[in-house]
Design a protein. Structure first.
Length: 93
């Protein structure tokens, strides 16, 4: 595989994982809610632990999305450089 293709795959994977993680966390939070809109937990301890894990999960998802976007930007810069080099080589001939 080409270096650009590998970098594009490396860019897309964390973005997809981050978005899926945010979706999963939101879906779980939605289904924890009662008819009145309050979240239901079996105990105080589970409430604290679950909210902490959700907060860490959201931060992790945002970090993954940012990493993916940085790799995507890097991929586009490398692609521009490669196209520029190929145009320069064609002009020399």
């Amino acid at each position: 595989m080409d270096e650009l293709t590998v970098q594009l795959i490396i860019a897309i994977i964390p973005i997809v994982i981050g978005v899926a993680l945010l979706y999963w966390i939101g879906r779980r939070k939605f289904y924890r809610r009662s008819i009145t809109g309050a979240e239901g937990f079996s105990s105080y301890e589970s409430s604290v632990i679950i909210r902490f894990i959700v907060r860490i999960g959201k931060w992790l998802a945002y970090i993954l999305i940012i990493i993916g976007l940085v790799f995507l930007w890097s991929h586009s810069q490398m692609k521009k450089e490669k196209e520029k080099e190929s145009v320069e080589v064609q002009e020399v001939r």
